[in-house]
Design a binder for this molecule. Structure first.
Ligand code: ZN
Length: 258
């Protein structure tokens, strides 16, 4: 079983009737419901207004993959929680950052770059091209799929060079954008996926749901946990016996001094 926590800022849904009409359970509720159709996943949600944003140490310890949607309240996310999420990603937790999450504290922290882009809200068509058809995240998707109405995001996208680009979007207005990108930080796998403006029913779209589900499987922790401290390995614990070693603080050496 892969344990998924779907994090949602949940602010637009409470402020804007149009958004609430599209997502009565919140965007996080829609994404979670779609993931629950996969019997290999156990899914819970967490939102900004909860204590510790719903991301307590216990919750994160029990999370294999975290998905993140935020927009207007990035600044309200406490730095201590960002530290905690970063630590878990370095240990191996998967992180899937959605749409305007490109400007979240956690995404900028993990990438170390501006994560800026160009944008336009005109309800235009988006065509997402699969540019890496062998990638696990692209499975079940044809050469491309289209969203009739979306916000435009355009290049240049201020990200660190992705390890892999899985999708590139073309917009009706002519711009293009690297809309599905993978990264690794420490033991953790990160996937950024562009669609998901709150004014459109994007997370109800079957192929968008398919991509997110594929990404959860891809981002699930692999192998052992990252060593995130700096333990000392004393001379007597070295894999090979060290007979002649130079002076150190603990072992002044044969002469006793330098
Ligand atoms: Zn948006």
């Amino acid at each position: 079983m892969i344990r998924v926590t779907v994090w949602g800022e949940n602010v637009h849904e409470n402020k804007n009737q149009k958004v609430r009409d599209i997502y009565p359970q919140g965007m996080h509720g829609c994404i979670a419901e779609a993931l629950r159709k996969d019997s290999e996943l156990t899914v819970q949600t967490a939102t900004l207004e909860q204590p510790e944003h719903g991301l307590t140490s216990a919750v994160l310890e029990a999370t294999d993959v975290l998905t993140w949607w935020g927009h207007m309240a990035h600044g309200q996310v406490q730095d201590a929680i960002v530290d905690r999420v970063q630590q878990r990603v370095l240990q191996g937790m998967g992180l899937i950052v959605l749409h305007s999450g490109h400007y979240s504290k956690i995404f900028k922290r993990m990438l170390g770059t501006s994560c800026s882009l160009t944008w336009r809200e005109a309800g235009e068509k988006e065509r997402l091209w699969v540019c890496n058809p062998g990638h696990p995240i692209a499975q079940g998707i044809d050469r491309y799929f289209e969203l009739e109405n979306e916000e435009m995001y355009g290049e240049p996208f201020g990200i660190a060079n992705p390890e892999e680009v899985v999708f590139i979007s073309w917009f009706q207005g002519g711009e293009v954008f690297r809309s599905g990108c993978t990264f690794r930080r420490g033991n953790g796998r990160i996937f950024y996926f562009r669609p998901g403006h709150e004014m459109y029913p994007t997370y109800h779209h079957a192929q968008v749901q398919r991509v997110i589900r594929n990404a959860v499987h891809w981002a699930a922790p692999q192998g052992s946990r990252w060593i995130d401290s700096c333990p000392n390995i004393p001379v007597e614990k070295a894999p090979e016996k060290i007979v002649h070693h130079g002076p150190t603080m603990q072992h002044p050496g044969p002469a006793g001094r330098r």
